[in-house]
Design a protein around this ligand. Sequence first.
Ligand SMILES: Cc1cc2nc3c(=O)[nH]c(=O)nc-3n(C[C@H](O)[C@H](O)[C@H](O)COP(=O)(O)OP(=O)(O)OC[C@H]3O[C@@H](n4cnc5c(N)ncnc54)[C@H](O)[C@@H]3O)c2cc1C
Length: 506
Amino acid sequence: MPETNGAGKFLAAVRNALGAEAVNVTPETRHRYGENTMPAGDRIVSGVVYPGSTAEVETVIRLANEYRVPLWPISTGYNQGGGTRSPVKDGWVTVDCGRRMNAIIDIDDVLGWAEVEPGVTYQMLHDELVRRGSKLMLDTTSGPPGGGVLGNTLEKGAGYTPYFDHFAMSCGMEVVLGNGDVIRTGDGGLPGAKLWHVSKYSYGPYLDGLFVQSNFGIVTRLGFWLMPRPPAMRTFHFSFPDDDDLAEIVELVRPLKMSNLVPTLFRLTNDIYLYGAEETNPEYAATGGKAGISDAARRALQKKHGVGAWVASAALYGAGDDGLKPVVERIRQHFARSRKARYISHEEALGMVPLKIAIDAFAGIPTTHELGMLKWRPGGGFSWFVPGVPMRGDLARHYHALGRAIYAKHGLDYCVMNIAGARFARGLHMLFFNRENPEETARADRCYRELALEFSKAGYSVGRAPIDYHDLHMGELDPVIRKTASSIKSVLDPNGIIAPGKYGIA
Ligand SMILES: Cc1cc2nc3c(=O)[nH]c(=O)nc-3n(C[C@H](O)[C@H](O)[C@H](O)COP(=O)(O)OP(=O)(O)OC[C@H]3O[C@@H](n4cnc5c(N)ncnc54)[C@H](O)[C@@H]3O)c2cc1C
């Protein structure tokens, strides 16, 4: 098993300083912490450390500097499709911050914020709000409920309510830098600060952005805003029959978002993304996975699940159903401009399993349902590809045709949800492949790389990237970005001990 120089001595020093229970080097653990679903395969870590406090994170970083050992911090490690809990490279030491640092430190019911440690999951925070009978709700991802609020924010993750942008809704971090300093960003720099989790920009440069999708420090606390729970919510859904309808859907959605008539994001979900959690590719055995699912098989599944090639879903919030129904009716008339849209009411959608995920997401309820999609193809291979597209029908048509053709060329199944705001939509493309089949795995890797290069050539950049492709995406940007990030790295983490090379920053 690989081990970077000095990892053994470092782990012994951590054991000495923090106690035996803070270190695990069993072969099973070293393998488990390197498991992922990516084409490049599992990594093997040199060991795992479990700090129990900010002071213990400081100790781990001090010793890593002494022994020059690369660290890979995780919070809950539920980053499936992005690398799960695996580091970028073999031989690093994983710092599992969430195992012992998992307290909800505070919830301010009046001002609507929570202060959390790395191990606080969406499910934990949701359950705590319910337990307290709080009038607040959480914006959650539609991914694993065991995923962490802090880890997802550091990945620039998002949900679906008006509080969807998790980094925008974060306020005030505590970070142990690679150079050993501990910094509280924003107003946290003032002893006795009263504004740490309520005022975002404060005095001096805005530093919080340095710690998302980077490798300058280990974040140990985060302030996170919570939304008042509306007394009533009504979702609405419009199903469209054809793949090419995305352009028209985008044109219909944009004014509703620009005017803010609809407060949530729109989930513009294609058919496989809708029924994929319920089904497996019915043609996989016959084609040996060499071809994507046929249109005929897709039509049959669409019929079975009562959905078209696309469904656009969003929600309204208000004091009561009576006030919301007339607004839904206005939106219905707006969509009626398209002769192709079929309206699906909130009540009907409650009975449709694929749309129940959307309803839970708009209500801020964590759900395991979407994880079922990882079984669409056998073998467990799965990668996200997440470019954005401006909210213009002509561009959406181009972007969609480009993606669909590349998937088809590589014999994979085009599965995407575009999360639409006023000005752009983030396309959550799921790339499923049989990781037990080397030929299919290599094809999935080529597919991702072609998607990445063709989309960036067309001007559509990604919002985050799986561990196999950090360098690829950084290489697509003007080199001054990498150079600037590396300059910052050399000051905040001069020995390069925190995830060197992550996000292409060394
Ligand atoms: C089916 C499915 C649907 C999904 N839907 C969504 C969705 O709707 N929206 C969305 O945003 N995501 C979605 N995801 C992605 C995923 O759920 C989260 O992004 C994931 O849970 C990240 O949280 P985590 O705590 O597990 O992070 P981790 O895996 O612990 O870490 C994530 C990243 O942050 C870094 N990091 C973690 N902790 C620290 C720390 N303390 N200090 C410094 N760096 C740190 C890690 O190195 C890693 O790069 C989905 C996933 C699946 C499988």
